[in-house]
Design a protein around this ligand. Structure first.
Ligand SMILES: [Zn+2]
Length: 424
């Protein structure tokens, strides 16, 4: 059943093939110049053009359809001009499939206030606009034109504006790129959230203008789709306003005003209200455009995302926890370093079809972790990335088969929750 399709012609399109009654959930296909992504899909994160400890070939083998890297990190190192000269991100990292880049807005601000990866999911206790993590120097300053920040690598000063973020992302050359936004935390005051939202809207127009200009200038390059980012923190009116505004936003070219190709749903999100907040936005956003949920990847949160109309997800959680020896199974998460695994001559997850589970035992990977061997991270990451990629693939298959509610009930009945939000 073909429900909706965006016109193609520039190499980017989105087609929704299946829906779920009385729900925002849908399955479809995003087409990009580097290939298709069957949705819903989990997009593993290779922040610096590499998934830590795992080769791109292995990511392909474990079912990853696309990878997401980071404009902020790649701008600082090796430099987006080098990736441009290499022929773009896909060629540079030997990943022939589709790629995404995050705009750098989140990274500039989260690293800038010293929180690094975590914009706390349960930060209800205080409100301040000057929040900086304990003992950290504030490294980023926002004004209406952009953000000035200090490199977390060498302390050098840099500036990102919407135009610079677009230029950097065009040089990197991912198939799907994001507008530069101001990502607030749940700590910010309501009045600051309003100010930041207006700033993100104004930056959205500047991103569209610069993107349009660069697309023309670099017309020999594969088309890059630009997603607008919806912020608004935990406030219903702000989330709805952001969704309405970003959906209506156009570039200022009177001859050919372009719109966003899709949307990224961003900001610090409270786990308890994730579903409600997604519904606020996705009931407003145009149904025919793809939606990406930024930085969410715990199994139970992926179901909430799919339930509420999310098409793609990215999250560093699967690989990050793997490196600390935490692994997913259908029963929940556990830690491979635990002594109980010393003589466990069985796979990490007996139901898993990944390379690690079909070739190695818990006891062996436990030994590698205890011995601080590099291959511990490789084997655990392969398992976790496969687990999450496959889980979202199973959701997609269930949406197509028409038994998604049953599949979800079965999973949630077995899986013991423990989760978080994480972006790099
Ligand atoms: Zn496995």
């Amino acid at each position: 059943m073909r429900i909706n399709a965006l016109p193609s012609g520039n190499g980017f399109s989105f087609e929704i093939t299946h829906g779920l009654e009385n729900s925002l959930a849908r399955a479809g296909t995003i087409s990009t110049p580097h290939g298709d992504v069957a949705t819903p899909a989990f997009i593993p994160v290779g922040t610096k053009a590499t998934v830590k400890a795992v080769l791109p070939e292995t990511m392909k083998d474990l079912g990853a359809q696309a990878l997401l890297s980071n404009a902020y990190h790649l701008y600082l190192q090796p430099g987006s001009d080098i990736i441009d000269d290499a022929g773009g991100l896909s060629r540079f990292m030997n990943w022939p499939g589709p790629t995404f880049t995050d705009s750098g807005g989140f990274q500039v601000l989260s690293l800038g206030v010293g929180f690094k990866k975590v914009l706390a999911m349960d930060a209800q206790t205080f409100r301040s606009d000057e929040v900086v993590a304990g003992n950290k120097e504030r490294l980023a300053h926002v004004d209406d034109d952009g953000v000035t920040f200090k490199s977390h690598i060498d302390g050098s000063m840099h500036r990102f504006t919407p135009e610079i973020s677009m230029r950097v992302q065009h040089q990197i050359g991912a198939d799907i790129i994001f507008a530069f936004d101001e990502c607030t935390t749940l700590h910010n005051t309501r009045s600051y959230q309003e100010k930041a939202l207006e700033r993100t809207r104004a930056w959205g127009i500047r991103c569209l203008d610069e993107h349009q200009k660069l697309t023309l200038e670099r017309s020999e390059k594969p088309y890059q789709a630009l997603y607008g980012v919806i912020q608004g923190a935990q406030y219903e009116d702000l989330r709805k306003k952001a969704a309405t505004d970003m959906a209506a936003l156009r570039s200022s070219d009177p001859e050919n005003p372009i719109a966003f190709d899709g949307f990224g749903l961003g900001g610090a999100l409270d786990k308890k209200t994730l579903g409600t907040i997604l519904t606020w936005m996705n009931e407003i956003l145009p149904v025919e455009k793809p939606r990406h949920l930024l930085g969410i990847g715990a199994p139970e949160d992926l179901f909430v995302g799919v339930d509420n109309g999310i098409d793609t997800f990215d999250c560093v959680l699967a690989s990050r926890i793997a490196r600390t020896s935490a692994v997913y199974t259908m029963e929940g998460r556990y830690n491979l370093s635990n002594a109980a695994n010393r003589r466990a001559f069985e796979p990490i997850d007996s139901e898993c079809d990944c390379y690690t589970c079909t070739h190695y035992t818990k006891a062996y990977v436990h030994h590698l972790f205890r011995g601080k061997e590099i291959n511990a991270a490789t084997l655990a990451t392969i398992h976790n990335e496969r687990f999450i990629v496959r889980l979202v693939d199973q959701m997609r298959a269930a949406l197509i088969a028409g038994d998604y509610p049953e599949m979800k009930a079965e999973f949630m009945g077995r899986y013991k929750h423990l989760s978080g939000q994480a972006r790099d």
